[in-house]
Design a binder for this molecule. Structure first.
Ligand code: ADP
Ligand code: MG
Length: 728
């Protein structure tokens, strides 16, 4: 009998939900572990406080003397919370967060010591970062990397460590992390949007991008997960036959949250409150043991940090509850995968959501301006948008057997489709007074403040307008949101700059009034962006055909999709806006391709091991049992034995057939891997892994899964889908 599987199942049955005490009101503990404005007022000198706030709001530099004051205040606050260490907390391109703890403690001789944390230590550090991916930047420039404080994201205490959010850059200035380009993109969209806002309101000084992510995940009993080498090493099941019951009955979605999971969520939410992550929503998702958690949206840089921090905290809290969190986009074949919708909007320092319709025709024209410019940006850069969410794990959702597809399109709902249709017919050039009045009263004036029919019911659109924000749904559940957010904000910034130029040009050269010029440019944008708008079911062959006719890309695999990140057009946009220079773009591309290769390589190795060391020996054992049985029947019945042993003998042959197919395919896969590993060129190597190695996974899996159905359940060593998905 396979011990680990049955031992884990037995243990899982006895696990009780952990009691969680929520003594305090959540509003009382919110941000208790965050060095936010309140704490700064309390712990900083007036001068230091003013300086930090200025840095946060206006991006000014903090001088060295003031930095010393700030670090002292921060240290005092942290020590009051029992903190002993500090760390620069950053997001290297590995996808995980990185930290290296140093103690405040410092000996000063004569057996005495003090707690020390200077401005220098706050502002800049040099982690030994040679093992973080850099895509050749450090080799090229022989530069070391350093981390630098990002005052716009507040320091926080986690456990007994003070964490200081930082960027991670090479000494020559190239970004080595996710945060640096994001901050640059947010600056770019701020500048561009403020300029466009001035057509409508001269008082706008700053525009912030907002992000509200929705994190989907699976929660699996820790023991059961540990019994599966594929889950342990790759975060997903590489084989396993579907459970007889999956999600067909839709009985999990929005159902009662299982008790153990509920206690996990409550515990997690308390941690989130302390860390200032404003989580608000929790519910069951479509697949069994799949859940979702979403916060109230925030400024994008902070929201990105919060999501990275959250994923880390989710892992840690799960250990207390004997769960393993699966963030993988497709941990189980045949049931829903996980995504991370990125809800995005732009808002001004005057409190206006630029993607929210308003009460007056003028505010609606402003809304339409930002709405249509976003659509145009997505239209012009659909391949780059696709590239921004490409990863080996997300390939299992996009373009595989699940919505949203790999084709990027925009859903806007019927009401707004009608508005755009009307605007498309606006007169070229100057508008008559009647037309203007008509536009104001009957088109722009008729956009309701709250858009009611904006629900994209089948939820298949990768990029949908949902009332007052765009919802980028194709983002994968493992993703660092900084990647798609950097791209989205950059292309929108680029588009807004172009728009401003074109409108100003019409005003200056054709003598059009401001609103006439805006209507004229928007009309052209609507015509040019038509192909990206799609209201139908964005999933399946019909749409694929239609999209092809429209000239939309349909990159089903990561190596194919990523190429858009290094197209001439992309490199230029990123360079023009100061988000990534050419070296940075190229190095990121290389890192992502390399990561893809490594991912598939690891999966291939694990699958090969499981197939040969777990599945085949088990099948042989069962086959031997059958052979013994046949021998016994022969002993009893002599020549007549076949009458009674027919089924067994068929089974013996079937098993041999599957074993043979598994072995030959594993050998084939190993050979393909070897060939691929010898390829130097990263494009060709990724292509080989994608198109030569990976397709063999399906072959191997098919035969393993068939064996799972044939072999005696008591012998099967791998915890089955029904056990993984329905134990809670
Ligand atoms: P769902 O997509 O599950 O139906 P909602 O669309 O209601 O949920 O909201 C999902 C997320 O969108 C939440 O995190 C919410 O805070 C965020 N959100 C709401 N308004 C905005 C906005 N203006 N900008 C960015 N995010 C927003
Ligand atoms: Mg959503």
């Amino acid at each position: 009998m396979s011990t680990l599987r049955f031992h884990a199942i037995k243990k899982s049955l006895n696990k009780k939900p952990i009691k969680i005490e929520e003594a305090e009101r959540r509003s009382n503990i919110f941000c208790a572990n965050v060095f936010n404005e309140d704490k700064m007022r309390q712990y900083l000198t007036k001068e230091a406080f003013v300086s930090v706030m200025d840095a946060i709001v206006n991006g000014t530099k903090i001088d060295r003397v003031v930095a010393d004051h700030i670090s002292t205040g921060m240290k005092e606050w942290a020590i009051s919370k029992g903190v002993t260490h500090y760390t620069h907390w950053f997001q290297p391109l590995t996808g995980a967060t990185a930290e290296k703890h140093d103690a405040f403690f410092e000996p000063i001789g004569n057996g005495r010591a003090i707690e020390k944390f200077g401005g220098g230590q706050l502002v800049q550090q040099e982690p030994d970062a040679s093992s973080f991916p850099n895509g050749g930047i450090r080799n090229t420039f022989e530069a070391r990397g350093y981390t630098a404080w990002d005052p716009t994201s507040p320091a926080f205490v986690y456990g007994t460590t003070l964490c200081i959010p930082t960027v991670f850059v090479a000494y020559t200035g190239e970004a080595l992390d996710y945060k640096t380009p994001l901050l640059r993109a947010l600056q770019a969209v701020d500048n561009a949007a403020v300029e466009v806002c001035k057509y409508f309101d001269k008082n706008v000084k700053k525009v912030n991008a907002s992000l509200g992510w929705e994190q989907e995940y699976f929660l699996i009993d820790r023991g059961l997960a540990a019994s599966r080498p594929d889950i342990q090493l790759t975060g997903r099941t590489l084989l396993g036959h579907s459970s007889a019951k999956g999600q067909q009955l839709d009985d999990h979605y929005f159902g009662t949250i299982p008790k153990r999971a509920m206690q996990y969520m409550r515990d997690l939410e308390t941690e989130c409150m302390l860390l200032g992550i404003p989580v608000k929503t929790r519910h069951n998702e479509v697949a069994p043991n799949q859940f979702e958690l979403a916060p109230v949206y925030d400024e994008a840089n902070l929201a990105v940090d919060h999501n990275s921090l959250l994923m880390d905290v989710m892992d840690k809290v799960a250990q207390r509850h004997d769960f393993k969190v699966l963030f993988h986009e497709k941990p189980f074949a045949g049931v829903n995968g996980s995504g991370k919708h990125n809800n995005w909007s732009l808002s001004t320092n005057t409190g206006v959501n630029l993607l929210g319709p308003g009460k007056t025709p003028m505010s609606n024209l402003r809304f339409l301006t930002f709405f249509i410019n976003t659509i145009k940006a997505v239209h012009d850069n659909e391949e780059l948008i696709r590239a921004s969410i490409a990863s080996a794990s997300n390939d299992h959702r996009l373009g595989a057997n699940e919505a949203p597809p790999a084709i990027i399109s925009v859903f806007i709902g019927e009401q707004l489709t009608n508005v755009l249709d009307e605007l498309q017919n606006v007169t070229n050039g100057k508008l008559s007074p009647e037309e203007k009045t008509d536009l104001k009263l009957n088109v722009v004036g008729k956009i309701p403040e709250i858009l009611l029919d904006n629900t994209d019911r089948n939820r298949t659109s990768p990029f949908a307008f949902t009332g007052n924000k765009f919802e980028f749904r194709a983002v994968g559940s493992t993703a660092n949101c900084a990647n798609p957010m950097t791209v989205l904000n950059t292309i929108v910034a680029n588009q807004l700059i172009e728009f401003k130029k074109e409108v100003d040009n019409l005003i200056d050269t054709k003598g059009l009034k401001k609103d006439e010029a805006i209507f004229n440019i928007l009309r052209e944008y609507i015509k040019k962006s038509k192909n990206i708008l799609f209201e139908g079911n964005g999933y399946g062959e019909a749409w694929e055909k239609e999209a092809k006719k429209r000239g939309l890309s349909n990159h089903k695999t990561t190596p194919e999709a990523l190429k858009a990140k290094v197209s001439k057009k992309t490199i230029k946009i990123f360079e023009d806006l100061g988000v990534l220079n050419k070296v940075e773009s190229l190095s990121r591309y290389e890192i992502e391709m390399e990561e893809y290769v490594l991912h598939i390589q690891i999966e291939g190795r694990v699958l090969g091991d499981i197939a040969r060391n777990h599945v085949v020996p088990t099948a042989v054992r069962y086959q031997n049992m059958l052979i013994e049985n046949v021998k016994g029947l022969k002993e009893i019945y002599g020549r007549d034995f076949k009458k009674f042993a027919k089924q067994q003998m068929t089974l013996i042959e079937e098993i041999s057939g599957h074993i043979e197919s598994i072995n030959s395919n594993v050998t084939k896969m190993i050979n393909e891997r070897k060939t691929a590993n010898h390829i130097e060129d990263i494009d060709k190597k990724a292509d080989a892994y994608c198109n030569k190695v990976k397709p063999l996974f399906n072959e191997i899996r098919y035969h393993c899964d068939k064996l799972e159905l044939l072999v005696d359940d008591e012998l099967w060593p791998l915890t089955k889908y029904r056990e993984l998905l329905f134990t809670n």
